[in-house]
Design a protein around this ligand. Sequence first.
Ligand code: AMP
Length: 403
Amino acid sequence: MKVLVINCGSSSLKYRMIETDTKEVICKGLCERIGIGGGHFKYDVTGSDKGFEKDVEFPDHNTAVDTLIKAVTDPDTGVVSDVSEIGAVGHRLVHGGDKFTEATYITPDVMTVIEECSSLAPLHNPANIQGIRACRKVMPETPMVGVFDTAFHQTLPEKAYLYGIPYEYYEKYGIRKFGFHGMSHEYVARETAAIMGKDIKDLKTIVCHLGNGASITAVKGGKSVDTSMGYTPLDGIIMGTRCGSLDPEIVHAMADKTGGSMEDVMQVLNFKSGLFGLSGNISSDMRDIEEAYESGNEAAIRAFDTYIYSIVKYIGSYLAVLGGADAITFTAGIGENSPFVRKHICSYLEGLGVRLDAEANEKGRGARCISADGSAIKVYTIPTDEEMSIALSTVEVVNRHNV
Ligand code: AMP
C-alpha cells in the first residue's frame, strides 16, 4: 500500500510517500514557512530527477497540502496518476494524552478527542489537526490514521507514570508521565530484536534516542515500562537546549534571583539550557561540542561530561528496573553518528561487563552490533525511521478496520 506520511508543525509540513510492501520511499519533501511568508516547497523523487524545489506562498496548511498533492499527481513530476492510488494517510500526532494507546483510525469522534488533547501540547497538536483537516479536503475518501508520540508509553505501569505529588493532581488534572519519541523507541526496539534474531517478547532493551531532543526507554517484551521524558519533553536527560530533570525548587530560585517571570524561566529551561547553556553558549549541536572538547575547551568538556553522566544515570536505573538488559541500542542524530558519545557512555558501563568493539563503534555504518564478543550486554546502533514506523502502523490500522 502507498502511504502518505504527514508530519505537520505550526509553520512546516514534512511529508513522505512510502510503499509499505517493499518499505521503499517513493518521494519526500517539505513545505516551509507556512503562514509566515517566504514559503518554500521541496520535492524529491527517489531514483529520479523529477523532483524540484520552488518558492511558494503558503498562507495556510491547505495550500501546503494542495501543493504537495499537485506535485505527486502531476503528469510530469508525479509518482501516482490519481490521489485514489494513495491507500492511506498516516499523521504524526504529538500528544494523545492517556486516550490513545495505539495508532488510531481518525473518525469525527477521534478528532474531537485529539482536539481535547491540545492543551497538553499547545505548540504541536493544533498544527497536527490542521494537517488532518487539510488532507481531508483534498482526499475525502482516503483513510486517515493518527500515530501518537505518546502511545507507545501507555504501557507504563502506574508506579512509573505517577509523580510524588498529591494523587488528586493526577485524578483532577491528569498530571503524570507521558513520555515521547514513542514511534522511534518502538521501531528501534523492534529492529534490535530483528538484528539479534530474537523474538521481541523475550528481550529486555534500553533504547537511547539521542537527538537534539533525547529520551531513554526501558523496553521489556516489546512494551515500554519506563521512559525518561515526563509530563512534557523537558524532563529526563540533558538535551541540546533543554535542561532535563531538575529539582523543582530551582524554577522558583531562578525566577526569584533574576526577577524573571515563570515564562522567562521556562524559556531558559527549554531553549537556553542543556549542552548550549552548560557550554556557556558554545552550541546545542553535539558536533560543535565535540570539536571544542577535543581542542581542550573547558566549557565544552564540562557540558559533555555532564551530558554523558545524565545519560549513564538513566541507563543504570533502567538496568535496575528491568533486572538487567539483553541490549542497549543507540539511535537518532547523536546516537547514530557519534562514536565519541557512545564510547564515553559505554566506558561507564564497563564495570557491568559492557565491552565495546572499538572498530565497529568508530568505523562501521548503519545498523550494527558495536559490542565486542563476550560483552555482558550487547550494544547496537540502529538508525531510527519514524516515518517508516508511522507508515507501517498506518497499514496495520487500515487492515484492521478493513477500509
Ligand atoms: P536529531 O535531533 O536526531 O536530528 O539529532 C541532532 C543532533 O545530532 C545534533 O546535536 C547534531 O550535532 C547531532 N549529530 C549529527 N551528526 C553527528 C555526528 N556526526 N557527530 C556527532 N553528533 C552528530
